[in-house]
Design a protein around this ligand. Structure first.
Ligand code: OXD
Ligand code: MN
Length: 603
């Protein structure tokens, strides 16, 4: 459980004594701070200022080639009991990890500035907001936190009035001097080969060492909003989810709110900025990565996006795939590991059909079309404030959040999973979330290959035992009236035909699936029962103006009973991995699926 905390000032003093920085700066999230730190980082070559006409107030950073992504194998959940971290997390005994981290952080900031960044996840003062203070020795992290969170001294006032907060300590792990004061030299992108991203879910603390990149270092995101957030949600009766959040307005002018969980790199940002191809529909963005969902006084689930920015994957983002994202990043954006054009702008694979004739790639090397390596790193990113999104909902940061009407679960499945299927009830929806998966390799149609399971798209982000997390989802539903719960659907944009071609065009055409989801909410269409849930009758889908190959629609909804039986076997093994922590309701759902597949399981 959360312990009473020392004051932020005492914590900063304690950490400064351990890390021994040259100086301490308390950050306020102001424009002046942005200007000062960007100038500092341009001067020391951490940032390249982009062409001010093409991309005003925007910057490019190139990381060390070894510091380019989240480090899941170096991410730890240090609960007191190993079983509370569960089989999907790396666990270390907290005292052992604390001792190890103290040794790592001892002197880690010598010669550097220690920045204190007070931040809020969610609107300051909102019921669902939670506060944190990140200590970091990276000015680059401070700038990214400006865009991704609400950095403001008001958080310190709230804390002094008694609000709880999460201490989040970060160091790139590259001191400029050793203990004897001997200069160690400065790397272009300081980081450490030995990395630790550590969450202590009981004491709600984060310690991150060795990386300056993304989710490893911007501690408000995955570490606080998901790993610590999920543990808070378990104890306080709410849900911290890896979900986008959108408002959809129908041609009748009625507004609906949808949250959707997809594993990383399955198009969450694209769906969050959906450009509907069917006339009369409108989508407004509320969030693209994380939703905090809590029951309200009326017994409905309400959601907020705790973040304030997007940390989006650049490659594949172009005018054809996501024109809204392209408009969003027209200015005031930090790019990481994308390519640089000769006129000082950015480029990545998929931004345009053809690459410029010459680029400087993400490693700083000359690059020309036809090169063996991509110009931008596949996990290169843009960081930008959500305010810049042209379709952001005007009340995206309302303290009240939005009432959820539907929850979607999606994976990247070449086989088996239909374009859309509705859960029979909440427990069946939890089963759908628990069994999200993607094929490890593109398996042939009708054959289930090795499945990479990513339950609720939370595999790397759940701060406690995944089996207990499923039970928590069940409990949330059981505590509310069934008619007030959002409807749950499974979607799959990625099903392929036997020749390996996508059956569904995706992107803006996914609005046709949303249209069906909403007509189900309104009870305007009946669907048709199937062993795996309620499917659309084909004539219930709005396909006006869509060119789709003959037979593709039937294939998109085909339920191959043998493949589903094989999949049920894999699910059985998967559930077995959580032992007694698999809720009995999940085993019952599996039995029910098997029964509906007309299969008498040999158990
Ligand atoms: C992300 C991720 O960066 O899920 O959002 O990896
Ligand atoms: Mn994500």
């Amino acid at each position: 459980m959360s312990q009473a905390r020392i004051s932020p000032a005492s914590w900063v003093t304690e950490i400064a004594e351990l890390t021994k920085p040259e100086n301490i700066v308390w950050c306020d999230g102001s424009q002046e701070e942005w200007t000062r730190l960007t100038e500092l980082l341009v001067a020391d070559k951490t940032l390249i200022r982009l062409n001010a006409v093409a991309r005003p107030n925007s910057f490019l950073a190139r990381t060390h080639p070894s510091d380019v992504a989240r480090v899941e194998d170096r991410t730890f959940i240090c609960s007191e009991q190993e079983i509370d971290a569960g089989p999907t997390n790396n666990w270390r005994q907290p005292a052992e990890m604390r001792a190890l981290l103290h040794a790592k952080f001892d002197g880690a900031m010598r010669g550097r500035t220690l920045y204190v960044v007070p931040f809020s996840m969610g609107p300051v003062g909102a019921r669902q907001a939670r506060y944190g203070i990140e200590i970091t020795d990276s000015a680059f992290v401070v700038l990214n936190m400006h865009l991704m969170t609400r950095v403001t001294p008001t958080v310190l006032e709230k804390i002094s009035e008694g609000a709880d907060w999460v201490p989040a300590l970060h160091s790139v792990g590259a001191p400029r001097f050793d203990a004897a004061g001997v200069a160690l030299g400065e790397q272009a992108w300081p980081c450490n080969e030995d990395k630790y991203v550590v969450q202590f879910p009981e004491s709600r603390e984060i310690w991150s060492f060795g990386s300056g990149y993304g989710g490893n270092a911007l501690l408000g995101k995955k570490c606080m909003s998901l790993r610590i957030g999920s543990a808070l949600g378990r104890d306080e009766g709410w849900l911290a989810e890896h979900m986008l959040l959108v408002r959809v307005t129908s041609p009748m002018g009625k507004k609906y709110h949808i949250a959707a969980a997809f594993p990383s790199a399955c198009g969450k940002t694209n769906l969050a900025m959906l450009n509907p191809t069917i006339p009369g529909w409108k989508v407004e963005t509320i969030g693209d990565d994380i939703a905090w969902i809590a029951p309200d006084e009326a017994g409905r689930l309400r959601a907020i996006n705790p973040e304030a920015g997007f940390f989006g994957v650049a490659p594949g983002t172009g005018m054809k795939t996501n024109p809204i994202a392209i408009q969003t990043i027209a200015a005031n954006t930090i790019f990481t590991n994308v390519a640089l054009t000769d006129d000082g702008d950015v480029w990545w694979e998929g931004l345009t059909d053809e690459a410029p004739e010459h680029l400087t790639d993400w490693l700083g090397q000359d690059w020309a079309p036809g090169a063996d390596t991509p110009a931008a790193h596949p996990n290169s990113r843009f960081t930008v404030s959500i305010d810049q999104c042209p379709i952001v909902a005007s009340d995206w940061d309302s303290s009240d959040g939005v009432e959820l009407d539907a929850i979607l679960f999606g994976g990247r499945r070449a086989t088996n999973v239909p374009l859309v299927v509705e859960a029979r009830d909440w427990a069946h929806g939890v089963f759908m979330g628990a069994t999200i998966s993607s094929e490890q390799t593109a398996a042939a149609e009708g054959v289930v290959g090795t499945l990479r399971r990513d339950p609720f798209a939370m595999l790397p982000f759940c701060g406690y035992n995944m089996g207990d997390y499923w039970q928590h989802w069940l409990n949330i539903g059981a505590g509310l009236e069934a008619t007030k719960l959002p409807k749950v659907f499974q979607v799959n944009w990625f099903r392929k035909n036997a020749a390996g071609k996508f059956l569904w065009p995706g992107f803006g055409e996914n609005s046709r699936v949303i249209d069906w989801v909403i007509r189900r909410i309104e009870g305007e269409v009946a669907g048709v029962d199937s062993p795996i849930g309620l499917l659309p009758q084909l004539d219930e889908l709005n396909l006006d103006g869509l060119e789709i190959a003959a037979g593709a629609l039937e294939e998109l909804f085909h339920i191959d009973v043998n493949s589903w039986r094989a999949e049920a076997r894999l699910t059985e093994d998967f559930f077995a991995g959580f032992g007694s922590h698999t809720p009995s309701a999940m085993d019952e759902q599996l039995r029910e699926l098997e029964r509906r597949l007309g299969w008498d399981p040999i158990s």
